[in-house]
Write a protein that binds this ligand. Sequence first.
Ligand code: AGP
Length: 607
Amino acid sequence: MCGIIGYIGSRQATPILIGGLSKLEYRGYDSAGVSVWNEGASRVVRCRGKLSGLVEKLTKEPAPGTMGIGHTRWATHGRPSDENSHPHKVGPISVIHNGIIENHLALRQELSAAGAKFSSETDTEIFAHLVAHALTAGAPDLTTAVRRSLLKVRGSYAFVVMSDKEPGTLVAAKNSSPLVVGLGDGENYVASDVTAILSETRRVIFVEEGEMVVVKRDGVTLMDFEGKVRTREPKTITWSAVQAEKGGFKHYMLKEIHEQPRAVADTLVGRIDLEHDDVSLDGIELDVSKIKRVIFIACGTSYHASMVGEFLVEGLARIPVDVDFASEFRYRDPIVGPGDLVVAVSQSGETLDTMEAIREAKKKGAQVFAISNVVEASIPRLADHAFYTHAGPEIGVASTKAFTTQLIGIALLAIHLGRRTGSLSKERARELLAELIALPNKMRDIVESGAQIQAIARRYGNATGFLFLGRGSQFPIALEGALKLKEISYIHAEGYAAGEMKHGPIALIDEHLPVVVLVPRGPSYEKTVSNLAEVRARQGKVIAIATRGDNEIGGHSDDVIVIPDTALELQPILTVLPLQMLSYYVADFKGTDIDQPRNLAKSVTVE
Ligand code: AGP
């Protein structure tokens, strides 16, 4: 997830690009750059770090000119560095990109064989080479060169391309990543989201999937990838700047809940190997003969993802798994050594407890595999292997899309291990891969049905406590549901293994206690239904999360929220969504500060 902006007109481009990028920094902040055209050539200025670093650099190396593109990066391919910052320039071509080029390895090999020299580790530079190559191969203009290059690229993208040889034209294209055109008077804009251009214009055209747009000073032309022109009436944006930053959602948390199908799809890109019924961990090859045990260490929501990991790794790879709080691991003189694969899970990659636990594990000879959402953060740098989720920056303190993408990362790791221990057959792996690919659409189905969950939240929003119950891999989801509700609504909530309820918490149940029961289809379905009946017998209010098509559950519950069916191993990735939404709507009903709940910080760098 990166922020992109382009400007063409008669004013100086750099201040407009920087103004836009400052609104986009929430989309990525590990590096920034601009390319501005002036008198026959463009000048690229870019640097690692926050936008303020680029601004400082530009005061020493100004980039004057009336046409330019700018980018703020959230690294996916290649660590944050000056060289990997956008724009990427190849010959006369400057390119900025938001998204992931899925077939980047094959294209890089093909281009290298044809003599291309690369100066970065990014997938984006490949596109600059493709466009430059198309022009030398005879494409009559930039638009045609971009169109021919798009035919070779698979993945998600919004590109903006500029050529030194064709001043007066910006060419942009969209597939899955957002792109909007802003209309001015004798000047026009293109950006990843309206926030970037709202201070300049409110007249916009949203570019749709599979569309290109040619942006000139005096007009814009929309077309499909075949060059067929399309027309669309501009819209006038009435959102405030703050609303626009949240994509029209009331809070970042709600926006991030809705981003999950995209985040999961991005995390899967390039990692599914259907040809071999296997997964690719970005070149990491774990030697399972040396792994006697897997130990997950993490905190908070990442700890809950790790608990699901226990089911996935033990179930698919048949390797014994331990899960520990990072804050406890280090202080109990853990028995850990060379036969252990320690999996450290952290959204921010900076949590101090997790970092110290890794140090302890490494000191004792274990190899460490980190799953992080932030490229080159301290935790992945400390680990022996770093695997990245591609959720994009998570702004809301309550973790949502980071959690579901962690589950994807862990599922991929479990499949990788399972295929290598031999306990996961090709056939089962194929089924699981197909289910993974189908997940984003199923997730969309859930996040788009917020009205029912909002109504339930209003009904129970005044409760003073909630109980969440689940069995098996739904138990960590019960814990996560309780954590989410506590964090943002300040209502006391407990997560319990459903079978444990009768050993104590059942005493809490009365007509005032809403009990959320995770009861998707599966081997513990009947047992969980019995627990649910026990709650109802004591007048507890039951909100069931069940599989679509379950006709029995309605008879045992006050409310049923249905989720689509999927493989048993992947159910937690779907069942958690209604719980995130329930917490969100309860907190919204209570009017708490959802994105910055009291006493909490996004990144916990103290022990
Ligand atoms: C989740 O909603 C939290 N805000 C918190 O529990 C978080 O998951 C925890 O602090 C761990 O952070 P990390 O994933 O960045 O290491």
